[in-house]
Design a protein around this ligand. Structure first.
Ligand code: NAD
Ligand code: TDX
Length: 332
């Protein structure tokens, strides 16, 4: 027994989390990951085999989950279907993984009395108007827009119910949009960066006025480690780094940083039900747990991320054509 079970550790944020936790001295990490299209096994290459293990399997597999939860102190649940556009094309894996998977983990955690941390998103709160001075806080009512965000909202509510009804030792965090290395190239920033590298024009949905609150993935994961260390059981913490930017500004910045004319992109079909603005007030995390972001300058964090994709073409090149073909079929 002992150590940490990390679900979804072969995906973007989970991979970065596992690397950070091991670098900070965590003595044993097991990843449970179904290795869906979103995973990349090579993201976990080079980790110390005495302290790290990858188990291929689903969070919906109750027997496997029970065995793994029994064998670890702490569970950090990243595994999810995570892309809004995919949830609009086919919601079914979102319902299965995000709701049934969370339920399966909660039942195992409850049986074995383990510490559980639930990774979620600011999208559970719906969206804000561009001219609204408000930001999301822990008491903002849930109002999700897409099948993805509705399934994440449902999973958060399951956690809250398991805390209250069964005394499960859980915390929840809701984070804003992450960027950084190892992010799947279906997502906004890496899609545009790899488009430029592949000689394809970047694609902006609609007019691009939509605002996202960007945070570097390392800062998200440092906050999660801090919550595991000192977070109060049953509490929710919002994670954000005051990084509001509209999509048009971000696409133009990518082009400029990559030495292209700032207007060398296409406007494509907008996302159905497209949330206008997300914005996080992370005061609780900052004052209660003393967390502060380490990446304070978006432009330099973005430049480093661009360099990572430039230097790791073998990581993304094999999936580029199929990813763009899926978008092309949807007019995006
Ligand atoms: P991702 O899509 O890059 O990775 C998800 C991982 O989960 C993949 O490795 C995939 O194989 C795995 N997975 C999917 N279904 C599974 C199943 N049934 N069993 C086991 N593993 C399964 O996602 P991400 O961007 O790293 O997001 C991780 C978590 O963080 C998600 O819960 C997401 O909702 C949340 N989140 C993401 C962001 C963001 O900006 N990306 C922001 C806030 C919260
Ligand atoms: O090609 C694109 N062009 C474009 O304009 C893509 C892929 C996206 N967009 C827009 C849509 C959004 O306004 O960029 C913004 C960001 O899009 P995504 O990267 O798909 O992220 P988003 O939908 O905001 O959700 C992300 O943040 C919250 C993650 O994917 C979620 O997992 C997380 O919960």
């Amino acid at each position: 027994m002992g150590g940490m079970l990390v679900t979804g550790g072969a995906g973007f944020i989970g991979t970065n989390f596992v690397r950070l936790a091991l670098a900070q001295g965590q003595d044993r990490v097991t990843v449970l990951d179904a290795l869906t299209y979103a995973a990349n096994r090579s993201s976990l290459d080079g980790l110390d085999p005495d302290r790290f293990r990858l188990v291929e399997g689903s969070v919906c597999d109750a027997e496997l989950v029970d065995r793994l939860v029994a064998d670890h102190d702490t569970v950090v649940h990243f595994a999810a279907e995570s892309h809004n556009d995919n949830s609009l094309r086919d919601p079914s894996p979102f319902i299965q993984t995000n709701l049934v998977g969370t339920y399966t983990l909660l039942e195992a955690v409850r049986r074995h009395g383990r510490r559980y941390h639930h990774i979620s998103t600011d999208e559970v709160y719906g969206d804000l108007e561009l001219d609204d001075p408000a930001r999301f806080t822990e008491s903002t009512p849930y109002n999700p827009s897409s099948p993805y965000s509705a399934s994440k909202a449902g999973s958060d509510l399951l956690v809250r119910a398991w805390v209250r009804s069964f005394g499960v030792q859980a915390t929840i965090s809701n984070c804003s949009n992450n960027y950084g290395p190892y992010q799947h190239i279906e997502k906004f920033i890496p899609r545009q960066v790899t488009n430029v590298l592949a000689g394809i024009r970047p694609k902006l949905y609609g007019a691009g006025a939509n605002v996202r609150d960007w945070i570097h993935v390392t800062d998200h994961n440092l906050a999660v480690l801090r919550i595991l260390e000192a977070g109060r059981i049953g509490e929710t913490y919002l994670i954000g780094a005051d990084g509001e930017k509209d999509n048009r500004t971000v696409i133009e910045l990518i082009l400029t940083l990559m030495g292209q004319p700032a207007d060398a992109y296409d406007h494509v079909t907008d996302r159905a039900g497209h949330d206008m603005r997300y914005a996080i007030d992370a005061s609780k995390l900052r004052t209660e747990l003393g967390w502060e972001p380490t990446y304070r300058d978006f432009e330099s964090g973005l430049a480093a991320t661009i360099d990572w994709y430039r230097e790791n073409e073998s990581w993304w090149r094999p999936i580029k054509e199929a990813t763009e073909a899926r978008y092309a079929a949807a007019g995006q």
